[in-house]
Structure formats: structure tokens, C-alpha cells
Design a protein around this ligand. Structure first.
Ligand code: SF4
Length: 762
């Protein structure tokens, strides 16, 4: 909608919005116009189209879970430009990150040699980072020396203190093969189930509710099904920012007649496209959703046949929601009773209604209850098992679905087979030829607590950055600083690597081949386009080397060898061959036998639970763990920005993305800013009971009064200095979306942290 005509006759001109300067318009810099322009009037900057290209490599975007397919245009060992490819999730579309966020690969701060911490350089939780000068903290080492030190110390800790004194964090950015091998290394090389990854921080509660309710943690329908839905309920998600290409399909669907219900305490861009925008009060999801279910039960809108044949525990659920009338819940959630009723009726009576949700649902101490409500709402109305219906938790990282499927989770082996299930245990012990721990391991936050308690002494972190992404990050950094051996495998000297004993230089996404599973359950092939720089090695080779040094008889020479073993371990992908992925680029699971087409829509006949039925679970109102009070009167909401991914280690080193969003900001309602006496762009200091940061204020009418939003990608004003580590008891996910803070005008913003080469003054 951004580019159009203005003026009349001979004066007509092509403009952005109402002839606004491009940078001030609603342009999101996706570059679609450049890719579409048939005349060359619009072309990439820096003459990228004129540069020579030796080859094109078909691959996948390394950022979000949408999983857009793309083509790298490569010259020598450099990416010249990126174009969208016709993949099932994107049909040639890309967002600003996918199209322009590739030059981090060639950033001068790439790690090119193994590093060992210098003797006498202390590990301090309150370090000041300078990734341009790693040699002030570390010395360069050979691979042999670094690996011998890392693996030798792990083996010593394992053999003297026991297997549970070690833990590993794998990565949702890595491939399926890397995730599979990493969890196998922890389970068979370290000897415990202390392995987890950032799924714990994004959708662990959704996974807990889905496993309990429908016996499967993956989505029932792909995002693209929004184009076949009559009604889409989008709750606790901001896909324009977090899943941008998915958001374009939602906009297309609305234009074609789909009715969108957007429910979120922060008003986002999609509110403009919504039939109903429900700006409910933060922390009141259960009140809103139970009131919708109350309406459906009270008004006789339940899909009786479906509920009788395919669900259980209906009576208990119906009894529970009887206490949640819209009139009773309206003052709790802030949505008028009549609106709640109207939306509930629309959802229940439509031909096909679909629910998509994000971390606004999951990142609460009642995240599992929030997701239970969404499952129950779907089941009550029978809106599942057909195109345009179903449940879709929008997965964040590009491979968080695949990493979870591959078993990078402390309580399950690959394909969610519980470690304490005797049959699963026996199966994996036989497949791997190893004795296995039958007790679930510790989760991300529990591992940090166990380090503080002195129970965990060594950690292997591959491609994750808990020193930025964990809640109450000072606590996490203090834990990492206490370890006898912290090994970090990454492409940059991240905040976590700063606390390491050994740093292993790894491969960036375009430097390796592997499979990646997007939010739609589609397994796609990422292909190597470049060679890693210097002595950096491919991640899979590093994991194999570490495994061998820990005594494992591993002979994997290529990702396809690992994938072949995964097919034996995981019935869901048993029918997918490497050759088919090379040929077709993408196959959706379940695909249990070779030749199966793969299933876009699941739960058509039964649910993968013991009795084939979905379980309806009643929920009660539970408040956030930390409520605002006179001392800390604001609610802090954290999340992502369009331009920056996760903790920013890649995107902040990307020229285009860092130019658009260069430094830390907090978004406030304009009236709150006025009350604070701060002009947009002015400095504010935000403090919680755990820490404080100073950043620049941004006016945003979509942020509710009394709340503020801070993205967690900025090292110099790390939002997770403030967040509360309180956990959802089922998913063990921290409450990133709600904690109490105070805000004061002024303060000295940390010097703008430049990744160009050094710290840059603001
Ligand atoms: Fe990449 Fe996600 Fe953007 Fe697609 S929507 S280009 S997968 S970041």
C-alpha cells in the first residue's frame, strides 16, 4: 500500500504514502518493489545489479520461522544480492531481513581462529564488551589445543563430578542435523539430559499445552491457510515485525474477504486490517478466552458432534467457563461484553476459523493456561482438521521447530518421545548403542540456577546467547562466569562468548548445508554458498570432533549421514529422503513412508493422543508474578523489532538493518511520555528490581498507557537486565511479557554500541 500515484494530469507522480520522504513513510524496506520492478527504475542500492555473479545458490532465509526460500547471488566468496524464490511459504516474497540482512557473514568481527581465555583475565558478570578487540581477553590457539582443552575438561568434570555436572545449549538457528547431533552428544557423551535451547524462551508453554491437549506440538495447518479461512483469530503476536512475510499473506486474505480478529495489548500494524481489534489489558488472556468459550457454551454454539466424537472432559470445561461470563470478565480484560460475544459467535459459526498465536500468549507464568484456552476454543467449535482451520503457534527462530523435533529438549528424545518412557528409552539406547539417563534434564533457567548452586560446572553452548536472552540476565551472566569450563561455538564474540574459557569459530548460515524445519512443519534444504573465513569450521564438524574426543565412535562425514540416522529415530520424517529434498527443496511432515506427499493439514480424523481424542483443560485466572505497585508502576513488555533478530549478533552487524534501527529505544504511549516530561528521542531510565537501563524514548500510540515496550536485541540497554525469571510451572518459560518497572526522565544513555569496529559515541 505504500507506493502509489499522487497529483493529477501532467503533475502525477509516483510517491510513498502522501508524498512523504521514503524514510518517513510506512515503507518497511522489504525490497519487494525492487524485485518486482520490470523496468529497472527501482534497483538495489550500491549498484548490486551491475556486479558480476558467478553462481546462484538456492537456499532458505536464516532468520524467522516463516522459512522463506531465497537465492544467493554469489561472486567469488561473497554474496552480492539475495532474491526471493518460489517456496511454499513465501512464493518469492522476502522481508527486509531476508533480502538485505546477509552482509554480517563478511563482517570484520567474524571469529576466524579458536580462542582460549588468557590466564588471569577474570570473568565478570558486569563486563563491558568490545568485540573488536577479542585479544584483550583471549589468545589465539590451534584447533588441536582448543579442542583438547575443551573436551579434556568436560571429560574430567564428567568423570569426577558425574554426568549431571555438565549441560549443553544447542541452537534453533542451527540445522536439524546439528541439533540432532548436539543432543546426542549431551545424552551419550556427557551422559545426562541436561540439554535445552531457546524454545524454552519462546513457545515452551505452547508445546506443553499442545502435547497435553492434542498429543503433538507442531502446527495443525500452515500459515498460508489464512487465505482459506473465513475468520482468523490472531492473538499475542505481531507478525508484521516477527513473521513479516506471513503478515503479507494475512493482509492478502483480508483483502479477499477473510475477517481478522486481532487481540493484543499492543496495537500493531495489522489492527488496521482487522474486523475487530481487541486491545485487552496485559495479563488477562485467560479472562478474555474463557469469556468467549462461555458465550459459545451458553448460546448453544458448541460443535456437538465434534466434541462428542473427538474430545474428552467437555463437562468439566463447560462447568468451568460458566463462571466466566463476558459481563464478569469485561472489567478484568477491558473488552466490552458485547464485543466478546460478537467475536465468539463469529468464530464459532464461521465455515473455517483458524487461530495463530505468538509469544504474547506463551511468555507468561500462565502461558500454558493461555494456550490451553486456545486449544479448547478450537475444539469446542470443531475448527480443526480442515483447510483454513486449526492451531498455529507462530514459531520464532528459523529452526526452532526442527531443533525441538530433533530432541534439543531435556525431557524428550527426538520426535517428542519422553526420556522416562521405557519403550522410548530402550529404542534410543539400542539405536545409539549407549546407556541413557531416564530422568528428564534441567531447562534453560534451571541450568543457570544449578550453576549458581555449584551443581553444574561445565557447559557447551552452540550458537545461543543466554547472556543476552535469559531473563534477569545479570543472574545468567553471573552463572556463566562461575563455570569451570564454558565452551562457546559461534560466529561472533557474543556476550556469552565473552565469558567463555574456549571459543570455537563456527560457520554462518550460508557457509553450510543442512535441513531446516519452518513453522509450517516443512523441511527445507539450506545449501552452502560460501566457504567459512580463516580457520572457522562447519558446526557439524566441530560437534563430531567434540563427540569423538569424548569417546563416541562417530563417523558422520556429511549432513546427509546424520539425516539418514534421524529418519530411523523419527517416524515423522522417516519417509523424507535427502535426494527428494535436493530435488523438491521442501517436504512437509508427517511423511512416514517414502513417496508420501506429506501432510499440510493434520488431525483430520484423530489426534495423536493415547485415545485419539483431544483433551479439554479448564483454566483459572492467575496473575503475573510481579504486579505494578507505587514504586514500580509501569508494565514492561519485551520483544523484537522488524530489523533485528533475537539478540542482534547478526542483524546489528548488517549495514542496512543497523542503519534503519541503530540503537536502543523504548516505546511509550505519547501521553505517558508527556506525563514523564520526555520528548520523543529523549533519554529515559527504566529500572526493575533486578537492574536498570537507559535508552531513547519513542512515541507509539499502540503501546497501552502504563506500559512500555523494549526490544531485547541491544547489548548497551539489555532489556533482560530488567525481566523477571519467574517460570510457568508446566512449560518452564519465563515471564518476558510482564514485569513491573519504574521510569524516570533522563539518565546517560550508554554510548551507542557500534559493531562497525568499536564503541561509537551517540
Ligand atoms: Fe526471512 Fe522471516 Fe523475513 Fe521470510 S519473513 S524473509 S523467513 S525473516
Amino acid at each position: 500500500d505504500v507506493i502509489g500515484y499522487a497529483h493529477r494530469g501532467a503533475h502525477s507522480a509516483i510517491v510513498f504514502d502522501l508524498a512523504d520522504p521514503m524514510g518517513e513513510s510506512t515503507c518497511v524496506a522489504c525490497g519487494e518493489c525492487v524485485q518486482a520492478c520490470p523496468t529497472g527504475a527501482l534497483a538495489p542500492a550500491n549498484d548490486a545489479y551491475l556486479k558480476p555473479v558467478d553462481r546462484q545458490v538456492a537456499s532458505v532465509c536464516p532468520y524467522c520461522g516463516v522459512g522463506c526460500q531465497l537465492t544467493y547471488h554469489v561472486h567469488g566468496n561473497a554474496i552480492v544480492r539475495v532474491e526471493g524464490r518460489d517456496g511454499p511459504a513465501n512464493h518469492e516474497r522476502l522481508c527486509v531481513k531476508g533480502r538485505f540482512g546477509f552482509d554480517y557473514v563478511a563482517h570484520p568481527q567474524r571469529l576466524t581462529k579458536p580462542l582460549i581465555r588468557r590466564e588471569g583475565v577474570p570473568k565478570a558478570a558486569d563486563f563491558t564488551m568490545n568485540p573488536a578487540d577479542p585479544l584483550s581477553v583471549f589468545r589465539e590457539a590451534t584447533w588441536e589445543e582448543a579442542m583438547a582443552l575443551a573436551a579434556g575438561t568436560f571429560a574430567r568434570i564428567r568423570d569426577t563430578r558425574g554426568p549431571k555436572a555438565l549441560a549443553g545449549f544447542g541452537s534453533a538457528k542451527g540445522s536439524n542435523e546439528e541439533a540432532y547431533l548436539f543432543q546426542k552428544l549431551v545424552r551419550t557423551g556427557f551422559g545426562s539430559n541436561n540439554v535445552d535451547h531457546c524454545t524454552r524462551l519462546c513457545h515452551a508453554s505452547s508445546v506443553a499445552a499442545l502435547m497435553e491437549g492434542v498429543g503433538s506440538a507442531a502446527v495443525s495447518n500452515p500459515v498460508m491457510d489464512v487465505t482459506q479461512a473465513d475468520v482468523v483469530l490472531l492473538i499475542g503476536a505481531n507478525p508484521v515485525v516477527n513473521h513479516p512475510v506471513a503478515a503479507t499473506w494475512i493482509k492478502n486474505a483480508v483483502k479477499a474477504g477473510t475477517r481478522l480478529v486481532l487481540a493484543d495489548p499492543r496495537r500493531s500494524e495489522l489492527a488496521r486490517h482487522a474486523t475487530h481489534y481487541l486491545q485487552f489489558k496485559p495479563d488477562t488472556d485467560v479472562a478474555l478466552l474463557n469469556a468467549m468459550m462461555h458465550t459459545i457454551v451458553a448460546e448453544g454454539l458448541v460443535a456437538q458432534e465434534f466434541v462428542a466424537g473427538r474430545t474428552r472432559d467437555y463437562d468439566e470445561l463447560a462447568r468451568n467457563v460458566a463462571a466466566f461470563s463476558p459481563e464478569a470478565m469485561a472489567p478484568v480484560c477491558g473488552i466490552p461484553a458485547e464485543t466478546i460475544r460478537a467475536v465468539a459467535r463469529m468464530f464459532a459459526t464461521s465455515r473455517a476459523a483458524m487461530i495463530l498465536w505468538g509469544m504474547g500468549i506463551s511468555q507468561h507464568v500462565h502461558g500454558t493456561d493461555n494456550a490451553r484456552c486456545l486449544i479448547a476454543l478450537t475444539m469446542l467449535t470443531g475448527q480443526v482438521g480442515r483447510p483454513g482451520t486449526g492451531l498455529h503457534p507462530l514459531r520464532g527462530q528459523n529452526n526452532v521447530q526442527g531443533a525441538s523435533d530433533a530432541g534439543l529438549i531435556p525431557m524428550v528424545f527426538p520426535d517428542y518421545q519422553r526420556v522416562d518412557n521405557a519403550a522410548a528409552h530402550a529404542k534410543f539406547a539400542a539405536l545409539w548403542g549407549a546407556e541413557l539417563d531416564a530422568k528428564p534434564g534441567l531447562t534453560v533457567v534451571e541450568i543457570m540456577n544449578a550453576v549458581h548452586a555449584g551443581e553444574i560446572r561445565g557447559m557447551y553452548v552452540m550458537g545461543e546467547n543466554p547472556a543476552m536472552s535469559d531473563p534477569d540476565v545479570h543472574h545468567a551472566r553471573a552463572a556463566l562466569a562461575q563455570l569451570d569450563m564454558l565452551v562457546v561455538q559461534d560466529i561472533f564474540l557474543t556476550e556469552t562468548a565473552y565469558l567463555a574459557d574456549v571459543v570455537l569459530p563456527a560457520s554462518a548460515f550460508p557457509e553450510k548445508t543442512g535441513t531446516f524445519t519452518n513453522t509450517d512443519r516443512t523441511v527445507q534444504l539450506g545449501r552452502q554458498a560460501l566457504q567459512p573465513p580463516g580457520e572457522a569450521r562447519q558446526d557439524l564438524a566441530i560437534i563430531v570432533d567434540m563427540g569423538r574426543r569424548l569417546g563416541l565412535p562417530w563417523t558422520y562425514a556429511h549432513p546427509r549421514d546424520v539425516f539418514a540416522e534421524m529418519r530411523q529415530a523419527m517416524p515423522s520424517i522417516a519417509g523424507i529422503t535427502w535426494e527428494r529434498l535436493e530435488r523438491e527443496h521442501a517436504v512437509t511432515y508427517p511423511c512416514e513412508r517414502e513417496g508420501d506427499p506429506g501432510e499440510r493439514v493434520v488431525f483430520t480424523e484423530r489426534f495423536p493422543t493415547a485415545d485419539g481424542r483431544a483433551r479439554l483443560v479448564p483454566t483459572q485466572l492467575i496473575r503475573a508474578a510481579e504486579q505494578p505497585d507505587p514504586e514500580y508502576p509501569y508494565v514492561l513488555i519485551t520483544g523484537r523489532q522488524l530489523e533485528h533478530w533475537h539478540t542482534g549478533s547478526m542483524t546489528r552487524r548488517t549495514e542496512v538493518l543497523a542503519a534503519i534501527e541503530p540503537g536502543p529505544v523504548g516505546s511509550f504511549h505519547p501521553a505517558d511520555l508527556a506525563a514523564l516530561g520526555v520528548a520523543p528521542g529523549g533519554a529515559v531510565t527504566v529500572a526493575s528490581r533486578r537492574g536498570s537501563v537507559t535508552l531513547f524514548a519513542r512515541a507509539d500510540a499502540g503501546t497501552p498507557r502504563g506500559a512500555l515496550f523494549i526490544p531485547f536485541c541491544y547489548y548497551e540497554a539489555a532489556a533482560n537486565m530488567l525481566t523477571n525469571p519467574a517460570l510457568d510451572p508446566f512449560g518452564k518459560i519465563p515471564e518476558f511479557k510482564y514485569c513491573a518497572v519504574k521510569v524516570t526522565a533522563g539518565g546517560t544513555p550508554a554510548a551507542r554500541f557500534g559493531y562497525d569496529n568499536a564503541n561509537v559515541a551517540p
